[in-house]
Design a protein around this ligand. Structure first.
Ligand code: ADP
Length: 437
């Protein structure tokens, strides 16, 4: 700062020297005063330029400043640059922080001390059906209109999260959200939202599954227990005892089939996808399917010969890659369903065809009762049955199509069902070209 006053000293000195040596008439003091005045004027002029420069402090315009003012300008410029760098580093950190919160799979909403939205990430917008920046500064209770949330928000403590149902997605599925408020700062709130729809559905499915399994097992168990009681309490002759034992054996084998199907499902779910190394020969498999179908057709009707016309076409594909055991069970489920649900005299046609893109289509077409369109999307759900009594009568567990779909999906393929009430059904299994040899 003091260096800015040097020009005054220099002005006075130069003025005094000029008046002393160059002009004998002039008084030295007067010369020094004039020099000092000129120094002051120069300082004022440079000060004004410095002030002007401060308004737009660019490095290039520093050259317009002279002497100590230039030095002052350079120092001020260095300080300004330092501050700018610090500010932009902080801004960058803030942006990184916000991007990290944006990337979070959970919704994050920052609320001020009145409960108005200060900021939220895109996930929160999606969860709550809100929009940035339209809904900023809106009160959260006015936007999330679930009564459970309003009550929760009004509480002082939010130790637990709450779950609410929101109208959900554009395709009409309702969405379950978990929401948790956390205090932070001066009376502010951090609200976290989590989409728990899949968890809630999985929980409901687990409960349904347990209820279904219990129901399926309870029925034959009750029948078995009844027969055991009868055998214990009533004096029966040999023929009656044999008949009861026969009925008990039917119920026991029903339970065995159910347990076997449940084990198959759990094995399919817990094991890795079948490797493409195993080569499956389709011709012997189809022969086996045909002979099983003939036996089933006869046994079902309590006859010695098949009661359906079974047509097995010559396969257009000889080999596929995958698990022989799994594919046989999937193919066999479709064939046995066709036999079980098609009345006597019906026609069942089984074919293996090559699709135009080189995949394989295994299809079972029957002239059975057909299935109404509303059942088709749910047919491969566990324990879903259209004709419950026919399924039970013929030893069905309600798990056949669930297993079939699982198997074919593990092989990268798909299950397709076409059916018309009263006209019959076609169940097809598609395997992609990568599985066809
Ligand atoms: P299930 O052991 O009861 O046969 P599935 O999962 O194999 O169980 O089949 C589910 C339901 O789909 C059956 O209960 C039946 O109502 C219906 N279904 C399956 N295949 C046929 C078919 N070929 N014709 C008519 N209905 C069928």
């Amino acid at each position: 700062m003091w260096s800015a006053l040097f020009p005054l000293g220099w002005g006075a000195l130069v003025g005094a020297l000029i008046s002393r040596f160059a002009h004998p008439v002039l008084n030295v003091w007067l010369g020094a005063f004039a020099g000092l005045l000129l120094g002051v004027l120069w300082c004022v002029w440079q000060g004004a330029r410095f002030e002007l420069w401060l308004k737009q402090p660019f490095a290039q315009s520093l050259t317009r400043l002279r002497g100590p003012w230039r030095e002052l300008g350079e120092r001020a410029y260095r300080q300004l640059r330092l501050r700018e760098q610090q500010a932009s580093a902080q801004e960058q950190r803030l942006q990184d922080f916000l991007s990290a919160i944006q990337a979070s799979p959970n919704g994050v909403v920052l609320l001020d001390d009145e409960g108005k939205i200060e900021w939220m990430n895109q996930t929160a917008c999606d969860h709550l059906g809100l929009q940035m920046p339209r809904d900023l500064q809106q009160h959260i209770v006015h936007l999330v209109r679930a009564p459970a949330f309003t009550k929760y928000f009004a509480q002082d403590q939010h130790d637990q999260e709450i779950q609410i149902d929101t109208p959900g997605t554009s395709w009409g599925q309702s969405r379950h959200l978990s929401m948790h408020l956390h205090h932070y700062g001066q009376g502010k709130e951090l609200m976290l939202t989590r989409d728990v729809t899949a968890l809630v559905l999985a929980d409901a499915m687990r409960r349904d599954f347990v209820a279904n399994v219990s129901h399926e097992i309870r029925t034959p168990l009750t029948v078995l227990a009844g027969f055991v009681e009868t055998l214990q309490s009533l004096p029966l002759d040999a023929a009656e005892t044999a008949r009861y034992l026969e009925l008990m054996s039917v119920q026991a084998s029903r339970m065995q089939t159910l347990v076997a199907d449940l084990l198959t499902l759990s094995q399919l779910e817990g094991s890795p996808a079948p490797s493409a190394q195993e080569l499956v020969e389709l011709v012997p498999m189809l022969q086996q399917l045909e002979s099983d179908a003939q036996s089933l057709s006869a046994v079902q009707a309590h006859k010695d010969v098949p009661v359906h016309r079974l047509v097995f076409e010559v396969p257009q594909v000889q080999h596929v890659q995958g698990s022989r055991h799994e594919l046989f069970s999937a193919f066999s489920n479709l064939v046995s369903n066709a036999v079980r649900y098609t009345p006597e005299g019906g026609v069942i046609r089984v074919s293996v065809r090559l699709t135009p893109e080189g995949g394989m289509n295994f299809s079972v077409q029957d002239t059975g009762p057909g299935i109404a369109p509303e059942h088709l999307p749910r047919l491969s759900e566990r324990f879903y049955r259209v004709d419950r009594s026919r399924s039970r009568e013929t030893g069905g567990t309600g798990l056949g199509l669930a297993i079939t779909k699982h198997v074919i999906q593990r092989h990268g393929g798909s299950l397709n069902i076409e059916s018309q009430l009263g006209k019959g059904s076609t169940f097809s299994l598609y395997l992609p070209v990568s599985r066809v040899r």
